[in-house]
Design a protein around this ligand. Structure first.
Ligand SMILES: Nc1nc2c(ncn2[C@@H]2O[C@H](COP(=O)(O)OP(=O)(O)OP(=O)(O)O)[C@@H](O)[C@H]2O)c(=O)[nH]1
Ligand SMILES: [Mg+2]
Length: 390
């Protein structure tokens, strides 16, 4: 049972805007009608009180939200990408390198999807009635996170098969796990929520592990427990029944773990065993519940601490639009907006290049290059697109 895992999350990329012009029967060249792309889907983290381990993940598993669809002709905007909703244990710790950690106790938009690309309608202006430019969608963001579950049950019910573990769990929590009078009804650990008006804790039924194969699987769970209830079945109140079980689990429990015996069918007179913290029978299960909530380390359920995770995008080199390498005589454009227009437009056409040139001019790009003394003939790179500085 895993309580720590590293996973990689990526939000969806925005869809590209479209370059298109109206084609009416009687109008030779209609105005621009290329729609916007759709925004990329967000990565949303959802806490779940019934989830306690991270077994359903493997290390470095990747999850990606949906990308926005590209825009189309006739003002058709692309569909927004689907959000990725990832369910994690309530109150788990989410560590992100170099950032504050989050304690996940409410639905959190963790990574915003990439912004949609604008279609060529948006580039129309009084001086440019035939815009050939569109914008590529913003890329999604990727983050590696380490998730640590803090929702692991601290109270376990152990005991022989058919000794009433499920019965006790159901009575204490109101849950409805299967109880039946044949052995090994419960095959896998089953957790439920134990609560009163102000406190909440998790309790887990651990299947009978008194054979070697199952012991390997289930005994390690006992180390995480603060309290262990031992169920005593019918006609088993003879001396040493509980002592035998205590001896079996002894090396596997933490030093300050409290052991409690519960006899379901009989009066529990309490075996003379100094390792047992308390003895109960089935008439006292309300008392058992209160005791459990007092001696474990419950979540106070009244006021979860408000927690707003503010996503701050990484802004690289905000002031400078590019970096220059004299060795290769290359200008590498860093400005996201410019890159997106370069990628979203067909720069093979001279007319498009001309319009793109105007955009660069307006942003003061060429001014900066001149000020920096970069000579003509340099290559300008917009990610994988190259133009010559003429
Ligand atoms: N008469 C009576 N029956 C009970 C009592 N407690 C539990 N039972 C029944 O005993 C049977 C076994 O109980 P379970 O709770 O399924 O036992 P378990 O320890 O979970 O057993 P496995 O999951 O099969 O290992 C079920 O049919 C219960 O309804 C009780 O106090 N009195
Ligand atoms: Mg059971």
């Amino acid at each position: 049972m895993k309580n720590k895992v590293k996973i990689i999350l990526t939000s969806g990329s925005g869809g590209a805007g479209c370059v298109s012009f109206r084609k009416d029967k009687f109008v030779s060249r209609g105005g621009p009608d290329g729609g916007d792309g759709g925004d990329g889907g967000d990565v949303v983290l959802i806490p779940n009180k019934n989830m306690y381990d991270l077994d359903c993940f493997y290390d470095f598993q990747k999850f990606t939200a949906g990308s926005g669809e590209p825009g189309g002709k006739k003002n058709k905007n692309g569909k927004r990408g689907n959000d990725l909703e990832l369910t994690l244990p309530f109150n788990c710790e989410v560590n992100i390198s170099g950032e504050n950690k989050i304690i996940l106790n409410k639905r959190t938009i963790f990574l915003k999807g990439g912004e949609k690309g604008k279609g060529n309608i948006k580039f129309k202006s009084s001086i440019n009635q035939e815009p050939l430019l569109a914008e590529y969608g913003e890329n999604g963001t990727t983050k590696e996170i380490e998730v640590i579950s803090n929702n692991f049950p601290q109270i376990a019910i152990v005991g022989e098969s058919n000794s009433g573990k499920s019965w006790l769990l159901n009575k204490l929590t109101g849950s409805k796990t299967k109880e039946a009078d044949y052995v090994f009804t419960t095959q896998e650990p089953f957790a439920a929520q134990l609560k009163n008006d102000i406190k909440e804790a998790k309790i887990i039924e651990i299947p009978d592990f008194f054979n070697v194969e199952k012991a390997e699987k289930f005994l390690p769970l006992l180390k995480k427990m603060k309290v262990i209830l031992i169920t005593i079945p019918e006609n088993c109140l003879e001396k040493e029944y509980v002592t035998n079980i205590v001896n079996k689990i002894e090396g596997f429990v933490d030093n300050d773990c409290k052991l409690i015996s519960v006899a379901l069918w009989n009066e529990n007179k309490g075996e003379d065993n100094n390792k047992i913290y308390a003895n109960f029978n089935k008439k006292n299960f309300t008392e058992v519940r209160e005791l459990l909530l007092n001696i474990s380390d419950p979540i106070i359920s009244l006021k979860p601490k408000p927690n707003e995770y503010i996503h701050t995008p990484n802004v690289i080199n905000q002031g400078k639009m590019y970096s220059y390498s004299p060795k290769t005589n290359t200008i590498k454009v860093l400005n996201e907006e410019i890159i997106r227009i370069a990628k979203g437009s067909n720069l093979n056409k001279p007319e498009t290049q001309f319009q793109f040139h105007n955009v660069l001019n307006k942003k003061g790009f060429f001014q900066q290059i001149q000020n920096d003394g970069i000579k003509k003939g340099a290559t300008i790179k917009f990610e994988d697109i190259e133009l010559e500085y003429k």
